[in-house]
Ligand binder design. Structure first.
Ligand code: PAF
Length: 280
């Protein structure tokens, strides 16, 4: 494993890999590495000649400065974990390396960034898109791996590369869960013992909501989900939506010929958790 700290060094390494006609699998992360990230990196390693991961807590995607300050930073153990599974290169840039410019680019995501997460975290997906675009242009990966837990992010990245003609294949990877169903997330380590006990209710409720789509209207399901989540003392629903999977347009009713995903954001104490389930 080799650590890369700056763009100049990275560009030289990428040129060499390209000259050797080797394929690159890329996994962008913000660190606090868990089994979900390791599954992405293992897959990137298996499916490509070279596996590159990045660790960068991207400030432009945080609309809340407290959240940015509290985001777990565990660089030493992150590097160890990636090294253990045989990642070839880890790109660990500084903020000034990634953002030498004074004005952040605004990318038009044609409304995909305005619903769900985008409604509650304005600017979040612009920040994600700007940094992922920068990484793609620098690293020139053949394939890039994203977890399905961040379903809206995944949809937006697929849209971004299509819109900007960036030649990379986006590989969606299934959400990795704890034994009790809680989706793995870097934020889970900030849950206290009581919050951790209640957090699996989120996925349990999503599974129940999926069942309910067979008989109940979407409005009824929304009310049931809200009541169920909020009946747990430490949980508070921020949103629950059933959306068309490609367009993220909220569904009014289920049409058997389309694909839908139910998405949820819940506060467990002060920790905001998201999850989703495919409906059709
Ligand atoms: O999913 C994440 O961890 C981040 O949004 C990403 C894709 C690494 C961009 O900073």
């Amino acid at each position: 494993m080799r650590l890369i700290y700056n763009k100049f060094e990275l560009e030289q390494i990428i040129s060499r890999i390209k000259e050797e006609n080797k394929s690159i699998g890329f996994v962008p992360t913000m660190g606090a590495i868990h089994k979900g990230h390791l599954a992405l990196a293992s897959r990137a390693k298996t499916e490509n000649d070279v596996c590159i991961c990045s660790i960068f807590v991207n400030p432009t995607q945080f609309n809340n400065s407290e959240d940015l300050k509290k985001y777990p930073r565990t660089l030493k153990s992150d590097i160890e974990l990636f090294t253990q599974i045989g990642v070839d290169f880890i790109f660990v840039p500084s903020e000034s390396e990634m953002y030498p410019e004074s004005k952040i680019e605004q990318i038009n995501l044609d409304g995909l960034d305005k619903v769900m997460e985008g409604k509650f975290r304005p600017g979040h997906f612009n920040g994600v898109s700007v940094i992922v675009k920068k990484f793609f242009l620098l690293i020139k990966p053949d394939k890039a791996y994203f977890g399905e837990k961040d379903f809206q992010q995944l949809t937006i990245i697929k849209y971004l590369v299509k819109k900007l003609n960036i030649p990379v294949e986006i590989i969606p990877c299934a959400t990795i869960r704890e034994a009790d169903g809680l989706a793995m997330s870097s934020r889970n380590q900030r849950l206290n013992a009581e919050e951790r006990i209640q957090a699996p209710i989120i996925y349990k409720t999503l599974k129940e909501a999926k069942e309910l789509t067979k008989n109940e209207s979407i409005d009824n399901i929304k009310n049931i989900v809200k009541e169920k989540i909020n009946s747990h003392s430490l949980l508070k629903l921020e949103y629950f939506e059933i959306v068309e999977s490609d367009t993220l347009v909220p569904a009014l009713k289920i049409n058997e010929e389309k694909h839908y995903t139910a998405c949820i954001a819940v506060f467990a104490g002060k920790i905001r958790l998201i999850d989703n389930i495919k409906i059709l």
